[in-house]
Design a protein around this ligand. Structure first.
Ligand code: LMR
Length: 397
């Protein structure tokens, strides 16, 4: 029956974890999957999360009922306030937010919804982008096309190229953008460019889909949320998917959200209904525990402040690692231009190394990068930075 089932070549990101675990070398370094590691190489359990768990443990035990299809209502409300900031009622009544199974679940529910109402639309993702964007939208039946994101030297955003592509798109095309900390390049638009883009989208009736998994890890929460908040005020209809895996260090709980900014409160309520229907036919309703943890933090002024300072520690460590790696490579080869390490933001850096160089680094040094040359900066620490610097410096000539 299944003779024709082809072998799975593996996922370009997640499967690297298996390869890494099987590598017997003690000096191996994992800079592949986007986990935030602390200075001693552990994925941290945040103190704010521990406190939220203790708080929940003290509450009377509740029956473990299904959540509503759209998830925990208080969680959805708190998340909306967190990512969209303080907005007037005339804006918030136009936004619907549902709980999702991580960021991927939000993307898939959004994709299924869009496919239903715009079956002939095409979706455009940046070249390059996170590999799963392509897979999720293709899985929902979309033709996935690319818009240019990097200039020739791969050191800056090709904003003119992006605009040119968007100007040529048909009405109701969908454009996927990274709200901040672009994965894999670490290069983000500035506020004036977001404004320009949204004006163009309005003119062309393009639907933006902002994906955000790193709010707080670029320039801090307020700055990183600029695009999301500007979208809410732009008058556009658009989508925002959001993951709390990294910033709450809650990878396995799959806590995320999908928000849709609509034209009116009345449309928003119908959109919410159809999002529920989409969720029902996907996985019925989301899990409880991770959302309860995040909601407990977002609802408590004390825990929210504590969490913000913990994210700030992550952000500062990322900046330190960028600067240490830059310095270590410069010491080995002062002629090598690795200024990209300092210019890019967030958890990842895009080295521009070829797949062959990535392979060489893995074989010779046991340092694991994604094939497209992406380094997870959060995997660096003072104990492994020398070997990573040596590996990058020695293959880059
Ligand atoms: C990554 O890009 O490494 C993370 O978002 C993990 C994943 O699911 O790919």
């Amino acid at each position: 029956m299944f003779e024709h089932v082809e072998a799975y070549p593996g996922d370009p990101i997640l499967s690297l974890m298996d390869d890494f675990n099987q590598d017997q070398r003690s000096e191996k370094v994992n800079l592949s999957v986007g986990f935030y590691y602390d200075e001693v190489g552990n994925v941290p359990v945040l103190d704010s999360v521990k406190a939220a768990k203790e708080f929940l443990d003290q509450q009377p035990v509740e029956a473990n009922l299904y959540l509503p299809m759209s998830g925990d209502a208080r969680y959805c409300q708190a998340v909306q306030r967190h990512i969209f900031g303080e907005q007037s009622t005339s804006v918030t009544e136009r936004i619907v937010t549902v709980q999702s199974v991580g960021g991927s679940g939000a993307l898939r529910v959004g994709a299924d919804f869009l496919k239903r109402y715009y079956p002939d639309a095409k979706i455009y993702v940046s070249q390059p982008t996170w590999d799963n964007h392509q897979a999720i939208f293709a899985g929902a039946g979309f033709e996935v096309l690319r818009y240019p994101y990097l200039n020739q030297g791969k050191s800056e955003i090709d904003f003119a190229g992006m605009l040119k592509t968007f100007e040529s798109l048909a009405a109701h095309s969908i454009v996927l953008l990274h709200a901040c900390c672009h994965n894999p390049t670490g290069l983000d638009l500035i506020p004036a460019q977001w404004d320009q883009l949204f004006n163009l989208f309005k003119e062309k009736q393009i639907i933006p889909f902002l994906d955000s998994a790193y709010l707080g890890l670029g320039d801090g929460l307020e700055q990183d949320a600029y695009a999301i908040r500007a979208l809410a005020q732009s008058g556009l209809t658009g989508f925002v998917s959001n993951s709390f895996s990294k910033v709450f260090s809650l990878y396995g709980e799959r806590v995320g959200s999908l928000s849709v900014v609509c034209e009116s409160a009345e449309i928003a309520s119908r959109v919410l209904g159809q999002l529920k229907a989409t969720i029902r036919m996907n996985y019925s309703n989301p899990p409880r525990f991770g959302a309860q943890l995040v909601r407990t933090i977002l609802e408590s002024e004390v825990l929210y402040q504590q969490w913000k300072s913990e994210v700030d520690v992550m952000l500062k460590r990322l900046l330190q690692m960028r600067s240490d790696l830059h310095q270590a490579i410069q010491q080995i080869n002062p002629k090598l231009d690795v200024s990209y390490l300092l210019n890019q933001k967030g958890m990842f850096s895009f080295t521009g190394l070829s797949p062959e160089q990535v392979e060489e680094i893995r074989e010779k040094y046991g340092v694991y990068l994604i094939r497209n040359g992406r380094v997870c900066v959060a995997g660096l620490n003072t104990g492994n930075i020398e070997v990573v610097a040596k590996a990058i410096a020695n293959v880059s000539h």
